[in-house]
Design a binder for this molecule. Structure first.
Ligand code: PGA
Length: 256
């Protein structure tokens, strides 16, 4: 796996935005795999800026990784709303080209099948990923086994706690989500995993250098031929100190 380290998250973000711009200008029908969360917000801001300077998204298809179960599409914390607000409404992408799982679907199993069919029909050229403090990608949480295809997942306490910052209370955070599976993520032609800040350092080190294990879902990226980790200095910190990663992320305490 390739690692690109930048002194700031802002510089790292411009680097990833340039990769996306290059794909969009090169391909007739580019398919982007997109992520939500704090990490890619400035990437979307940069892409909107590129659009204002002339970059068109009219021929782009996007497929998002995941969505909470039980939030209406227009709920302020739904991932559909996040994408509409931060990117889709600000560029010229046709809304019908933007795909997210429907967390309000009456039959969630059928919804997972629908999403897999979308993925089959639109192979992803470039996948943007964040990473959870616990090593999750999408909402593929650490477990004794991982599902390959789109599925419904119970979020871990760590993830619920991490995401509570976006809600008024922790009790409001949905406890389930629909997520693309690991195999679907690995089918993207190129993957850019963005990680910023010290609280991602353990997961980054473990994903890059640890064993491939369902306990750290991002470690499966080691099996992909074209992955780039795009890091700021803090997220890269433990790459210089591999002993730190022997501790679990929950045991690092004051180091984080
Ligand atoms: P974050 O989330 O970008 O908000 O840190 C990333 C993730 O949990 O995958």
């Amino acid at each position: 796996m390739k690692v690109r380290r930048f002194s700031t998250a802002a510089l790292a973000t411009v680097y990833v935005a340039a990769q996306v711009e290059s794909l969009i200008t090169r391909e007739a029908e580019p398919v982007l795999g997109l992520a939500t969360g704090s990490t890619p917000i400035n990437l979307y801001r940069q892409l909107v800026e590129f659009h204002r300077q002339g970059l068109s998204f009219s021929h782009v298809t996007t497929i998002n990784l995941d969505e909470y179960v039980g939030l209406q599409a227009d709920h302020p914390q739904s991932y559909r709303r996040f994408m509409d607000d931060n990117l889709f409404s600000q560029v010229d992408i046709p809304p019908s080209n933007t795909f997210l799982p429907n967390g309000m679907a009456p039959n969630l199993d059928r919804e997972c099948g629908r999403y897999d069919a979308i993925l089959d029909a639109h192979p992803i050229d470039l996948q943007i990923l964040g990473i959870g403090r616990n090593g999750h990608i999408g909402f593929n949480e650490p477990d004794i086994s991982l599902k390959t295809q789109t599925h419904v997942i119970d979020l871990t306490e760590d993830t619920i706690r991490a995401n509570a910052r976006f809600f008024s209370t922790e009790a409001e955070v949905p406890t389930r989500a629909i997520t693309m599976g690991i195999q679907s993520i690995l089918q993207a032609k190129a993957i850019f995993l963005m990680a910023f800040g010290r609280d991602k350092a353990w997961a980054v080190q473990r994903a890059l250098s640890g064993e491939v294990s369902t306990e750290v879902p991002a470690s499966f990226l080691q099996m992909h031929p074209n992955v780039t980790f795009v890091l700021d200095e803090e997220a890269a910190e433990m790459l210089d100190d591999p002993h730190a990663a022997v501790l679990g992320h929950e045991n690092l305490g004051s180091r984080l």
